[in-house]
Design a protein around this ligand. Structure first.
Ligand code: SAM
Length: 452
């Protein structure tokens, strides 16, 4: 049995529940919203020179952090139109050559496409779970019953009040039509469609999943769509979590190859072939131009092993591991030390954790450490670290630093990055019991009394 089960989180994006951890992978309030609020917005990319951004996504999972980042970048790059047209020319010539069975001998490309390329984005994605990585582009990143309902209704009718009443009723009853497959997650499955809400700017750009899918094809070849994988995406209870058009695209790619797909689509629209040909070529040229800006690599292994082989200074590091009490391996002094070595001088490391222990591990590794605030509620929702003090907008207060120096802040150790979770937890437990540090509760009590 697979360890995870999909469900819809409250913003309409798919989240996963883990049976072994009896816990969710993503916030039930919104997997995609969480990625934006904890990892993308705090980086303040709009104030950053992101032309040659290098990013490390530790615990890629089904890729929300990477997808949100790619969306931001795609929506903010300024593409030179000349570039798009040279790409179009290139693909038209490849198309003709295909039809002529490669008689033109066009390789290497007759048109250089990277003449005035200004941007290049490197994203290294680390995860131990190959299946999740392979599935990641196929999961729906946003689908609400409202959108489904709107699809059935002609535009004209949407101006009537009754449309909104019907829409509301539909949203409330939609969940009843879906099977509740597993007892453990019935509660989560019930969450869906109650009050789905997503900020407009958090939507995922339509190119993102296609870029990831193409990259996976390059990496896995025919192995991408193996028997086991086919079974998962065809399972009836899972179907509603996958994006139909991406699923079709991936199947089509597998069996027909990328270059033939456009010819097939064209034949269906003979009446308007000229117009359609041009517009599709433009779209494809634009897509290819944007795709060529991204160098996305998937590293499927224990992140502790992968990290040692990476020799890059990253501008952004997303640390989205399971909570430290369940998976302490990726929160240890030794692992964070490896991340420190790979952080660029003005780079940022972001995590959802706000614990004294994680913060102390970062401080002990010489990072400057600060807080991530929720833009609207003003609540602290994560931790940000950098080698550059000026990059920390909201540094820890003396009280919070004091808390890091209590027993609660004792870091995990993982000598040689090879201990099991159990060994790491036991080692800390031993240190905790023998430590002469003050307990966090005593510290808080003293501080309360001195402030009183
Ligand atoms: C909280 S989830 C990450 C969610 C993810 N960022 C997303 O957007 O879907 C934690 C991930 O850590 C991965 N993981 C657990 N232990 C790992 C390890 N030692 N090395 C690499 N990845 C690991 C799991 O496979 C899981 O996908």
């Amino acid at each position: 049995m697979r360890d995870y089960e999909p469900y819809f989180t409250e913003d309409g994006s798919v989240g996963l529940y883990s049976y072994s951890d009896k816990d969710v992978y993503h916030s039930k309030f919104g997997a995609l919203t969480e990625a934006w609020e904890k990892f993308i917005l705090p980086a303040e990319l709009e104030n950053m020179d992101f032309e040659n951004l290098k990013v490390l996504d530790v615990c890629y999972g089904i890729g929300y952090n990477t997808k949100a980042l790619m969306s931001f970048l795609i929506n903010n790059v300024k593409i030179n139109k000349k570039n798009i047209f040279t790409k179009i020319l290139y693909y038209v010539s490849i198309g003709i050559n295909n039809i002529l069975n490669n008689k033109l001998k066009l390789s290497p490309p007759i048109v250089t496409i990277d003449d005035d390329k200004k941007y290049s984005f490197l994203i290294d994605c680390l995860d131990i779970n190959e299946e999740l990585i392979k599935l990641s582009p196929l999961f729906k990143t946003l689908k609400t019953p409202g959108e489904v309902f709107d699809g059935f209704v002609p535009q004209l009718l949407t101006c009537f009040d009754s449309y909104f009443i019907l829409r509301k009723i539909f949203i409330n009853i939609a969940s009843r039509f879906y099977p509740k497959n597993k007892k453990e997650i019935n509660e989560l499955l019930d969450l869906k469609f109650k009050d789905m809400h997503i900020e407009k700017e958090y939507k995922i750009n339509e190119y993102v999943n296609y870029i990831l899918l193409n990259r996976l094809y390059e990496q896995f070849g025919s192995e991408y769509f193996n028997k086991e994988f086919k079974k998962i995406i065809r399972e009836k209870k899972n179907r509603r979590f996958f994006d139909k058009s991406l699923k079709k695209y991936s199947q089509f790619n597998q069996f027909w190859g990328y270059n033939k797909s456009s010819r097939c689509t064209l034949s269906a629209f003979l009446h308007n072939i000229y117009y359609r040909y041009l517009s599709m070529r433009y779209k494809k040229g634009r897509f290819k131009t944007i795709e060529s800006l991204f160098n996305v690599n998937f590293h499927i292994n224990d992140a502790r092993k992968t990290i040692l082989a990476l020799n890059v200074q990253y501008d952004l590091i997303f640390l989205d591991a399971f909570t430290y009490t369940k998976a302490p391996q990726l929160w240890s002094m030794e692992f964070i030390e490896e991340l420190y070595k790979r952080t660029a001088p003005s780079g940022l490391l972001m995590t959802y954790s706000t614990s004294a222990q994680v913060r102390n591990t970062l401080l002990e590794n010489n990072f400057y450490v600060g807080k991530i605030y929720h833009k609207k509620t003003g609540k602290v929702i994560g931790t940000i670290a950098s080698k550059d003090k000026a990059k920390i907008k909201y540094p820890l207060t003396p009280y919070e630093i004091g808390l890091c120096n209590t027993k609660a802040g004792i870091p995990y150790h993982d000598p040689n990055l090879s201990f099991s979770s159990k060994e790491i937890l036991e080692l800390r437990e031993y240190e905790f019991r023998h430590s002469e540090l003050i307990s966090s509760s005593k510290y808080m009590k003293i501080r309360r009394n001195t402030n009183a």
